[in-house]
Design a protein around this ligand. Sequence first.
Ligand code: ADP
Ligand code: ASP
Ligand code: MG
Length: 420
Amino acid sequence: MKFGGTSMAGTERIRRVANIVRTQAAKGDEVAVVVSAMAGETDRLVTFCREANALYDPAEYDVVVASGEQVTAGLLALTLQAMGCRARSWLGWQVPIRTDDAHASARIEEIDAPALIASMAMGEIAVIPGFQGLTPDGRVTTLGRGGSDTSAVAIAAALKADRCDIYTDVDGVYTTDPRIVARARKLKNVTYEEMLELASVGSKVLQTRSVSLAMKEKVRVQVLSSFVDADAPGADSLPGTMIVSDEEVEELDMERQLITGIAADKNEAKVTLTRVADRPGAVANIFGPLAAANINVDMIIQNIAKDKGETDVTFTVPKADLPRTQALLEERQEAIGFFRMISDDRVAKVSVVGVGMRSHAGVAAIMFKALADRGINVQAISTSEIKISVLIDTDETELAVRVLHSAYGLDAEVEAAGEE
Ligand code: ADP
Ligand code: ASP
Ligand code: MG
């Protein structure tokens, strides 16, 4: 069971969580619980790091930001004990959750937890702070923002758990962020691949890495709400959204929509280099140095050469990396051979995702027409087998998501006010 930041924010909410955990354990299940820091706490700790040292050492950043989860793990163990349950916390180094040494975005390498397993077998509820791990030389790491989801899936895999229930502040995965589109619909099932694409293009309901890990380790994941009444059906009746395999979804959902979900991401910036020489090696000269600097390039468009064998190249990078991108390319203007660099951080990427697109033509055409009808200009396009993304003006993001949500027939029926 994993509980996110909103679910852990304060004594009352932790008591609510403890009740859910107690009910599950009372059924005779062995339970491990992974918790996030209280909502807002990790942001607060990050700010302290920045204030202390703008060029902070990631290893010391990890020491600071990992502490939020230590607090909630201890508090949940205490609350469970107060209810008469046997509970024990296990910090990252105590389990141990071994990671590489990429501080601030470490990857889990191994969880071999005989002591944890033995204590659970004796009836103790294990409470584990999410987000944290341990380097080979014994220092604290964190797994990147939103990383408690990944901790939970990794623990579930290590324990060979029947299920990994991710409790959050919405009751499942929706066709799009229900806080932005009121007509979003809850999905009963979503495939690993779809969830992976949705997470990576902006649906932050699950951390992307947690989904790829679940897919690799075949962990059964359910997303559900911790904000339910005591008499609501329990997690075992699968009230939330199940992440399932392609085969399962075919069995479960014969009448699936063409598109499963829509996501938006405002964290990218667009860069255009004009009049780049149209010859072998030109794009390698642009993207080589960016790769070497660990800057992740996402969408790329290169026009066909105009006169004089020159072309424009447009691409996107994370907004946070825009200053570094600009500096790197300016330094190399002569070597690359471009005329001007134009950058724009007022862009948003809107993506539609669905396995149905594999076997259906015309999915992109619906998207472009719906956007055109609202006068929304498409600045760049990228696709994968089950995803189409467009880059648009950031001011049009919510409108675009809503328009596409209707265009693909995803809107939930809404009862008109005053009827009945
Ligand atoms: P937690 O603190 O529990 O990890 P998060 O804030 O990380 O919670 O994730 C839950 C949030 O994800 C929801 O409140 C919702 O606004 C957002 N979200 C974005 N896209 C979706 C989606 N497609 N379905 C459900 N929630 C989504
Ligand atoms: N507390 C961490 C964060 O806010 C990890 C998590 O909640 O998943 O990013
Ligand atoms: Mg989260």
